[in-house]
Design a protein around this ligand. Structure first.
Ligand SMILES: *Cc1c(COP(=O)(O)O)cnc(C)c1O
Length: 417
């Protein structure tokens, strides 16, 4: 058996997963308290701290007021286990909302008939969890083609909507991605948003990785148009030093979530008058039981502070720039997508086979770890800045190692010919 060292400073695969001492301590405390906070009454602090932390976090990333519980509006945030669950919740809520509306207009329609006509969209760069949300919910999920920079654009969505509506389909949901998994591209919310709003289509934003960067004001231009969204999600468990699992999910109208799946058996009821607060997070998620996850968020935010977390994000982005500079200096390599945050997509100029061999060599050697992606027809190596402890010297080491293996590989190829 082997353990993959996700927190080695030589780990550059996938996207980061967070790890910090305050988060670990909070997780121990969560285990010690051992409450199950499905309703306010089942552990008031578990519910209340979560509501407050999600408002703190929402303010930290500059999320529009309407998403915050403290705004006196209709919004609010909840901690889900993963981005996958957040997308699924958003899609299920959209599905139920539309089905209820159409059944109110025409009571003869069955839910099955309505759902069978529904269609949801994401870009061809969306995470596989979006496609799975479609499979789980029974709503067909279509991919719209992204542009040459791997960005989902308004025109492509419009074309898909026109074609599908002409065929009698019912568009209900769009999932836009900020920071795609393959290349960290950003869908164009300024184009997608108004279309969704005009067509009454639920817009969900999946910013699983990139969302953490929005705590730095200089990166908020990347979330321009988020005000058009109905729901927004990112993973503090990826890049904000909160250990797995902690996925922050906000909705503009909490009644859309709560109303969708509310059941109230007698054994879960309590005197709501006594609470003065009516948040029961069991209505916001798929399971009933839930852990005291907001403790992790609270400990991390208090220990690092906004400034400490901003420094952390900026440092990772700086390290990605250092790696980018190395790649650019070696003419045998090419950069394959804009480097905006902590991910560099690169490859040897040459065939996919050559690049597959290089990656195989890198991972067989086990000094560093990378994973690939495909962009269009091209096989690409992804270099993600991951560990909390990674420094410039690790980046320099990684690049030197990659260059040496590339030289070895090309010499071997030359000999074959
Ligand atoms: C990592 C990632 C996910 C999946 O996150 P989970 O929390 O593991 O479900 C979804 N979307 C994007 C864009 C991601 O990068």
């Amino acid at each position: 058996m082997q353990v993959t060292h996700w927190h080695s400073p030589y780990f550059f695969a996938y996207f980061p997963t967070a790890n910090s001492y305050p988060a670990m301590l909070a997780d121990m405390l969560c285990g010690a308290i051992g409450c199950i906070g499905f309703s306010w009454a089942s552990s008031p602090a578990c519910t209340e701290l979560e509501t407050v932390m999600l408002d703190w976090l929402g303010k930290m990333i500059g999320l529009p007021e309407q998403f915050l519980a403290g705004s006196k509006g209709e919004g609010g945030g909840v901690i889900q286990g993963t981005a996958s669950e957040a997308t699924l919740m958003a899609l299920l809520a959209a599905r139920t909302k539309v089905a209820k509306r159409l059944q109110a207009e025409n009571p003869k329609l069955s839910e099955a008939e309505i759902v069978s006509r529904m269609v949801a969209y994401s870009s061809d760069q969306a995470h596989s969890s979006v496609e799975r949300a479609g499979l789980i919910s029974g709503v067909r999920m279509k991919k719209i083609q992204s542009d040459e920079n791997f960005v989902a654009r308004g025109e492509a969505l419009k074309r898909a909507l026109e074609a599908d509506k002409a065929e009698g389909l019912l568009p209900v949901f769009v999932c836009a991605t900020l920071g795609t998994t393959s290349s960290c591209s950003f869908d164009n919310l300024m184009e997608l948003g108004p279309i969704c709003n005009a067509e009454n289509i639920w817009l969900h934003v999946d910013a699983a990785y990139a969302g953490s960067a929005f705590i730095c004001p200089e990166f908020r231009y990347l979330m321009k148009g988020v005000e058009f969204a109905d729901s927004f999600n990112f993973n503090p468990h990826k890049w904000l030093l909160v250990n797995f699992d902690c996925s922050a999910f906000w909705v503009k109208k909490r009644s859309d979530l709560i109303g969708a799946f509310k059941l109230d058996p007698v054994y879960l009821q309590y005197d709501q008058q006594a609470s003065g607060l009516v948040t029961d997070y069991r209505h916001w998620q798929i399971p009933l039981g839930r852990r005291f996850r907001s403790l992790k968020l609270w400990f991390v935010l208090r220990m690092y502070g906004v400034k400490g977390l901003q420094d952390y994000i900026r440092k990772h982005i700086q390290l990605a720039q250092e790696f980018l500079a190395f790649v650019k200096k070696d003419e045998r390599f090419e950069v394959c997508a804009p480097v905006i945050l902590g991910l560099v997509c690169f490859r040897l100029k040459g065939s996919n086979t050559l690049n597959k061999s290089l990656l195989q060599k890198i991972n067989k050697d086990k000094k560093i770890h990378l994973v690939p992606c495909c962009l269009g027809e091209k096989f690409i190596l992804r270099f993600a800045v991951c560990a909390r402890t990674v420094q410039s010297n690790h980046i320099a080491f990684a690049w030197k190692h990659i260059e040496e293996l590339a030289t070895e590989l090309m010499m071997a190829e030359g000999e074959k010919k």
